[in-house]
Design a protein around this ligand. Structure first.
Ligand code: HPA
Length: 248
């Protein structure tokens, strides 16, 4: 089954015919909310709102481990994360959709692994390609069939939040090779990998990152919200096409 994790502005999937909701308890505490089960075009899908259904959980307080554990327990095999980002690279303008292929993690103090505790053997997971190439190909195919523009690669920089970055921090991230910046991409991607789940992200560029474009002196968050709401329509169409792609 395909799972969709909705980020800021995506607390419900409007094309999802809901069948039931389920509260899951995990050894890691409470997930962000109940899992919502349903169908998109007759395909089973499970949805969870990353920040909670009332959008009350900030990026650094999300229980990423509980969310991923809860999904893994439901026989989920693939996760598509929908997230918002600030654009750094010149072509990643507000309103664009991007399919990141790499990431850099600048977060700290988050519970970022399942592999801890004295009773467990030391385990390292390969993370060379943090996003599942096969799932990325399927998302690209879905973008094509639904005629949605999707930029096919980019480096996602995960920052701690909840504050936005300084212009100098964005310059540093750009020098490091970051193309877009968001606050929730990690440790979610790594935990999915540790759980053996395919994981990919569709990033919606809601604003120019600090110090870039029209965010030269300030990031206009109200404008970012409007841009996101318009762009999310394209994500809905892409997801409708994705569930039809064989194997998802
Ligand atoms: N920075 C970090 N996270 C974000 C941004 C940003 O500019 N825009 C949307 N999520």
């Amino acid at each position: 089954m395909l799972a969709i994790i909705g980020g800021t502005g995506l607390t419900r999937l409007k094309n999802l015919k809901i069948t039931h909701r389920q509260v899951i308890r995990t050894p890691y505490g409470e997930p962000s909310g109940a899992l919502t089960f349903g169908e998109i075009n007759d395909h089973h899908v499970v949805f969870i709102a990353r920040h909670g259904y009332g959008h009350t959980i900030p990026p650094h307080e999300i229980n990423y481990r509980a969310n991923i554990w809860a999904l893994a327990e439901q026989q989920v095999s693939r996760i598509v994360s929908v997230c918002t980002v600030g654009g750094i690279r010149e072509d990643l303008a507000p309103g664009m959709l991007v399919l990141p292929d790499q990431l850099i993690d600048y977060t700290y103090g988050r519970r970022h692994t399942f592999f801890e505790g004295g009773d467990k053997p030391v385990t390292h997971s390969d993370f060379t390609e943090p996003y599942c190439p096969k799932l990325r190909r399927r998302i690209l195919q879905a973008a094509k069939t639904s005629r949605q523009t999707l930029i096919e690669s980019g480096v996602y920089a995960a920052t701690q939040g909840p504050r936005l970055e300084t212009a100098a921090e964005i310059n540093r991230i750009a020098r490091d090779g970051g193309d877009m910046v968001g606050m929730t991409g990690m440790p979610e991607a790594a935990l999915a990998r540790e759980s053996g789940l395919s994981y990919a992200a569709i990033a919606v560029v809601s604003n120019w990152a600090a110090g870039r474009g029209n965010s030269l002196h300030k990031v206009d968050l109200a404008a970012a919200e409007t841009i996101f709401q318009a762009a999310i329509e394209h994500v809905h169409r892409m997801l409708e096409a994705l569930v039809k792609v064989e194997g998802v």
